[in-house]
Design a protein around this ligand. Structure first.
Ligand SMILES: NC(=O)c1ccc[n+]([C@@H]2O[C@H](COP(=O)([O-])OP(=O)(O)OC[C@H]3O[C@@H](n4cnc5c(N)ncnc54)[C@H](O)[C@@H]3O)[C@@H](O)[C@H]2O)c1
Ligand SMILES: Nc1ncnc2c1ncn2[C@@H]1O[C@H](COP(=O)(O)OP(=O)(O)OP(=O)(O)O)[C@@H](O)[C@H]1O
Length: 374
């Protein structure tokens, strides 16, 4: 039985209208799901960067730890953390099968750690997990989120990488931090994901389409190894947007706005702002500015039949798939956001990340010594 919790919204100390928001963000039985996007205005109210707080109604019992591979410091910390969670907190602890094999090779005293045998079992595991811990960088948070094809338990990301934009917790203080998280309430960032699926021209009469892929950062359609320009026809709710002629296009969440989209000239957007960023990669045109589309639209990107080359899709930088002429990628906001625990609060953590991680707007301060307005 999964631990249950409730979410509440507050604006600068005031309690917002939670009932109104609960109709849009359901958090029954520990599963966070958002309502159909047709309720446009209401959704905007829900997401409007008010501080969101998670309070446990029943205590978490089962925790999973995802770890960055090939890191000695991560491995050592994960062993210590697994023991502490089991021996001091009495929790059931899970790791990925690869990690369990590594742990057992190290010591048989870690046989209390649980795992699964087969990828199919992971869908059975989801309803049992109350809390996710990540030890690594942003890539480990993306990896953990990708394991959940539906609702995602709250994620507590510890920083053990170099940039750590989405990983606000310091691993040295893991005991204090996890004590506070397990007790609650926790301030969270509700990060939207995109659901993407490919429609193959060859299979357009088939009932079965390829399964949806969920991304936390972005889906990228690029030229891959081809040396030709990509030629991508883009539609938003069936209205023609534009044709991308360049290296490609990034469709990003607002959480992903500080990742690849930023490198391609897109704006940085607070992760709780609802929307889809439409950012071209090296467009061969003088006037192609990036766009931000509302969260209720469906974007379709199609390789036209007269395109000189195919295109390639990647999901959070992984799982590349080829798009042939006539194939399309369809993308919209998914109903299962990812809640990540905040060190302080969503806006504070976001601003700290752009200052400390990206050195945003760092400039020597002008001295007061000089000419002045009189
Ligand atoms: N030119 C680029 O900037 C570029 C190119 C390819 C991929 N990427 C990004 O890499 C991501 C995959 O991450 P990975 O760790 O698996 O690959 P990786 O190991 O190549 O790391 C990519 C870098 O992007 C940072 N990053 C990831 N998500 C971020 C976010 N939401 N905000 C700020 N920085 C973020 C990571 O900390 C890391 O430093 C992709 O989703 C894509 O956004 C960026
Ligand atoms: N549990 C995992 N299993 C397989 N691959 C993983 C796992 N966790 C992370 N990865 C992959 O390992 C790579 C590096 O991870 P991550 O970004 O967390 O570390 P990092 O590169 O040291 O951090 P930073 O990006 O902050 O420097 C990413 O591509 C990520 O997808």
């Amino acid at each position: 039985m999964q631990a249950s919790f409730k979410l509440s919204w507050g604006c600068k100390g005031q309690q917002a209208n939670d009932q109104h928001k609960k109709e849009i963000v359901s958090f029954e039985s520990g599963n966070i799901t958002t309502a159909d996007r047709s309720s446009k205005q209401v959704w905007t109210i829900v997401s409007n960067a008010a501080a969101i707080s998670l309070t446990w109604e029943t205590s978490p019992q089962t925790v999973i730890i995802f770890t960055k591979p090939n890191s000695t410091s991560v491995r050592l910390l994960s062993v210590e953390m697994l023991r502490w969670l089991r021996e001091h907190k009495g929790l059931n602890v899970y790791v990925e099968p690869r990690v369990k094999a590594e742990l057992l090779a190290e010591s048989s005293s870690l046989d209390f750690v649980q795992t699964w045998e087969d990828d199919k079992e992971i869908s059975l595991l989801h309803p049992m997990i109350d809390l996710v811990i990540t030890l690594g960088g942003d890539g480990t948070v993306l990896w953990a989120a990708s394991m959940f094809k539906g609702p995602v338990p709250p994620i507590v990301p510890f920083s053990m990488g170099s940039l750590g934009f989405m990983t606000p917790f310091h691993s040295e203080q893991y005991r204090d931090c996890l004590e506070a998280v397990l007790k609650g309430p926790i301030s969270i960032t509700l990060r939207h994901r995109l659901q993407c699926h490919i429609i193959r021209d060859k299979a357009r009469h088939d009932y079965e389409t390829e399964e949806n892929t969920l991304v936390l950062n972005e889906v990228t359609i690029d030229r891959g190894i081809s040396s030709y320009l990509t030629n991508l026809e883009c539609y938003c709710d069936n209205s023609f947007v534009t044709c991308v002629q360049g290296d490609g296009l990034i469709l990003s969440t607002t959480s992903g706005s500080t990742a690849y989209s930023l490198a391609a000239g897109g704006s940085m957007v607070h992760p709780q702002v609802p929307g889809i960023l439409f950012t071209p990669i090296c467009p061969h045109s003088l006037s192609f500015r990036p766009l931000i589309l509302p969260d209720h639209v469906t974007v379709r990107v199609q390789v036209p039949f007269n395109s000189r080359s195919s295109a390639w899709v990647s999901f959070d930088g992984k799982g590349r798939k080829q798009l042939e002429a006539g194939d399309a990628l369809v993308c919209s906001i998914a109903p299962w956001p990812v809640s990540t625990a905040c060190q302080v609060e969503s806006t504070h953590d976001f601003l700290r990340s752009i200052h400390d991680g990206l050195h945003w707007n760092l400039r020597k301060t002008q001295s007061s010594d000089g000419p002045r307005d009189t």
